[in-house]
Design a protein around this ligand. Structure first.
Ligand SMILES: NC(=O)C1=CN([C@@H]2O[C@H](COP(=O)(O)OP(=O)(O)OC[C@H]3O[C@@H](n4cnc5c(N)ncnc54)[C@H](O)[C@@H]3O)[C@@H](O)[C@H]2O)C=CC1
Ligand SMILES: O=C(O)/C=C/C=C(\O)C(=O)O
Length: 475
């Protein structure tokens, strides 16, 4: 059984609220419960965050805030195995994934924003004036105020800390709401915060659902100055409407339907290995995963055969996060089976043990569907990839750039000129050439079209969470 999930408001833990069940995705059994925050508790969290803005936190220097971020990172490392346990219990993801990606990246999120903060430059300009004495203009960065951070269930701690770290680095106060499906590591993070000598109210955590629950009450709250959100594009639209009346800024990382392009000049083995990783990491439940691959016709059959064989051989993958999500993914597979061909997977694996009650879907390779088919156009967010051939570079680009999303893409080619021609022509926020998900936390991260608003990462996050103010001094 998990340790109790609690809210953290004004520097104190709080277990109030109607409990909702937490389900083990591996077996489908109830594995604990979490309290749903009342509207009154959400109000208290926002009030605590507002009050903390004018408390001792306001006078912390960037160097002090950077030291705090390192203390938080140290605190996560000190309880590393507990964090891994909680992340696996909530998501069902393989231990290997949580211990090499999710939890180390949460640590890196705090450390890298600490380092960026210390090295951040304030710009200045010498401005000529008619009297010849000039003026000095310089920029001061102020916090936005109370920031709501709303995060999804797929990479719970990674995506929460990706926003909490820069928000605190820049002097804001935070009210965080993790996904109701995966509250465990956020609660451990609050325990780490409680031991990190953070003034009360600087970091607050409330649990509960999205619509007509903690998420909505937070985004509609007049005391929330900005919203940073990762999740579904439709939820992003709802949140935009919620903040529109008070014109609060938003930073959104939303869905994707990411394309991979495999050219005939690519190292095919490397392209297959990379596509297995980009399609099936965390069973496809990463917004950056590849869901459609376009392969140059001369190598289509060889690529399809090798990818399908690789998918059939995959072991050690995890389940879908919930029964509802499993049913959504299987719904797409049902339609795809009727309208196209399944080259690998396509169903539910049988284990002959208690995992048969869990939310599993086989790694699946599809082909033969038209481009307007729901399984090719809509974000499935599961272990499903569709393959289609192309004949020219122009056609490949047109196929990749079609559709409402524009988050990420991969290009597999052995031709350097082609790589530099094709990658920038893709309508996405990030294009990888001969690799996937190689991340440098200083680079801009986000999507175009329905995949997001704004960029996070490096200075982009520090800029979003700050209000730049110009001071002009006549000399
Ligand atoms: N980064 C991405 O691209 C992600 C995409 N998804 C996609 O979204 C689908 C649904 O997953 P969910 O986690 O349910 O995504 P979601 O967008 O519904 O939820 C993400 C977060 O937003 C909150 N939320 C939901 N409705 C809200 C509202 N009206 N106001 C404020 N907060 C709200 C949720 O409680 C959760 O904390 C998945 O099947 C997948 O297709 C899910 C996770 C990440
Ligand atoms: O920041 C990263 O490296 C990963 C981000 C992934 C998402 O935003 C997602 O899966 O939702």
């Amino acid at each position: 059984m998990r340790s109790p999930v609690r809210h953290y408001v004004g520097g104190g833990f709080d277990g109030s609220g109607v409990p909702f069940p937490l389900v083990d995705p591996v077996r489908g059994t109830t594995a604990g419960e979490a309290p749903a925050a009342s509207r009154e508790l959400v109000d208290r969290a926002v009030d605590a965050a507002r009050a903390a803005l004018s408390g001792p936190w306001a006078s912390w220097s960037p160097a002090e805030r950077a030291r705090l971020l390192h203390r938080i990172a140290d605190g996560i490392e000190a309880r590393f195995e507990e964090f891994v346990d909680a992340e696996c219990a909530d998501t069902g993801k393989p231990r290997e994934l949580a211990s090499t990606v999710d939890i180390p990246r949460a640590v890196a999120n705090f450390r890298s924003y600490a380092d960026l903060l210390v090295g951040r430059a304030e710009r200045s300009w010498n401005t000529p004036t008619p009297d010849g004495r000039g003026a000095l203009n310089y920029t001061v960065h102020k916090p936005l105020g109370v920031v709501a951070v709303i995060s999804p269930w797929n990479l719970p701690l990674l995506l929460l800390t990706w926003k909490v770290a820069p928000a605190l680095a820049t002097g804001n106060t935070v009210v965080a709401k993790p996904s109701e499906l995966t509250p465990g590591t956020a609660c451990l993070l609050a325990e780490v915060m409680a031991g990190a000598e953070l003034p009360p109210g600087v970091f607050n955590l409330v649990h509960g659902g999205g619509g007509d629950a903690a998420g909505q009450w937070l985004t509609e709250h007049p005391g929330v100055d900005a919203v940073a959100f990762t999740g579904e594009s439709r939820t992003g639209s709802t949140i935009m409407r919620a903040v529109a009346g008070r014109l609060a800024p938003v930073s959104f990382e939303l869905g994707g339907k990411n394309a991979g392009l495999v050219f005939a000049d690519a190292d095919l083995e490397r392209a297959v290995e990379g596509t297995l990783r980009s399609a099936f990491t965390h069973s496809g439940q990463v917004c950056l995963c590849t869901e459609r691959v376009y392969v140059e016709r001369p190598v289509f059959d060889a690529f399809a055969e090798a990818l399908a064989a690789g998918a059939r051989e995959l072991t050690g993958y995890g389940p879908m996060v919930s029964a509802a999500h499993r049913d959504k993914v299987l719904g797409y597979l049902g339609k795809a089976a009727a309208d196209g061909r399944i080259l690998a997977g396509g169903g539910v694996p049988r284990f002959g043990d208690d995992r048969d009650g869990g939310f599993w879907v086989e790694p699946t390779v599809l082909t033969g569907l038209p481009e307007d088919h729901p399984a090719v156009r809509e974000e499935i967010f599961g272990p499903v990839v569709h393959l289609a051939p192309f004949d020219t570079e122009e056609e490949a680009l047109a196929l990749a750039n079609a559709g409402p999303y524009g988050l990420a893409a991969t290009v597999w080619t052995g031709d350097v000129s082609r790589a530099h021609r094709v990658a920038p022509a893709l309508d996405v926020g990030i294009a990888w050439v001969n690799t996937w998900n190689l991340r440098d936390l200083r680079t801009p991260f986000g999507g175009v079209k329905a995949s997001g608003i704004g960029r996070e990462g490096g200075d982009h996050s520090l800029d979003f969470f700050s209000e730049p103010m110009n001071v002009c001094v006549k000399l």
